[in-house]
Design a protein around this ligand. Structure first.
Ligand code: C5P
Length: 248
């Protein structure tokens, strides 16, 4: 790992140059950050769990026709991914009011939303990833109209699928954040087009997951809110998904 060229280091992951052109290696760290990195900790084993959970989710989504950057898991902490140009937006989908939506709109956390809501935030750490309107996205050229439509359509399909998947193991999907990237695809006539594909990760770091019976939090809010038992909760998510039985 250390011999590879580092391309980027984020709060919870590192990207290294991949073995083939057009590939990267995504390394999952144990670092946890919250509130725009004002709160930091190292949670033993979190990276291993998120690598496995994100692999599992990406593979299921590929099966239902969502294009993703995931190629294969390499080891406990690394996966091979397609190199994409990240669209500078965080796409958040919410089924139940929680977190910043509950705070911003004065809703009780846990209020079921009448319909799923898709929000966009600009990926800008120095501004605290502000919520933006589609008008802003088009005005400033962060994504095209077609890309925004594709992101919304894919996000709602991902939400439908993941609600069912987590529902089947007694977990309510409250909300989640995903990111998309542009992949160059050569068409039959030789022209190059951009395909929008799911990138980054889907894990208890990027979702709110509540136990269906008790509303117990099984996600990063346990870290954000000093509730303890963070890796235990992530381990339980992985176990309920049936992915911890496999040997590494
Ligand atoms: O904090 P907020 O309520 O806006 O978060 C909505 C969802 O997006 C949560 O599941 C949270 O874990 C996720 N999120 C994230 N990364 C961010 C902001 C939010 O994964 N930078």
């Amino acid at each position: 790992m250390s011999r590879r060229k580092q391309i980027y280091e984020g709060k919870a992951k590192i990207l290294y140059e991949g073995p083939e052109p057009g590939t990267l290696v995504q390394y999952f760290k144990d670092d946890a950050t919250a509130f725009n990195a004002q709160k930091k900790a190292v949670l033993d084993g979190k990276g291993v769990l998120n690598n496995r959970i994100s692999e599992f989710v990406m593979l299921r989504l590929e099966e239902i026709g969502i294009p993703t950057h995931f190629i294969k898991r390499l080891n406990m902490r690394e996966q091979l991914i397609k190199k994409v140009e990240i669209i500078p937006l965080e796409v958040i989908c919410r089924n139940v009011a929680a977190g910043t939506m509950a705070k911003r709109l004065g809703l009780d956390e846990g209020t079921k939303l009448p319909r799923s809501v898709v929000e966009f935030c600009l990926k800008r750490d120095d501004l605290g990833d502000p919520l933006v309107a589609e008008e802003h996205i088009h005005t400033f050229g962060w994504a095209t109209h077609a890309e925004v439509d594709e992101m919304i359509t894919m996000t709602l399909r991902i939400n439908d699928y993941l609600r069912g998947m987590f529902g089947g193991i007694g977990i309510n999907l409250i909300d989640f954040k995903i990111e998309f990237g542009r992949l160059d695809v050569t068409m039959e006539n030789g022209s190059v087009a951009h395909q929008v594909i799911l990138a980054d990760e889907i894990s208890p770091d990027s979702c709110r997951l509540w136990d269906r019976e008790t509303d117990r939090k099984m996600d990063k809010d346990r870290f954000r809110r000093d509730m303890g038992g963070v890796t235990e909760a992530y381990t339980e998510v992985a176990t309920r998904l049936g992915i911890l039985k496999e040997a590494n």
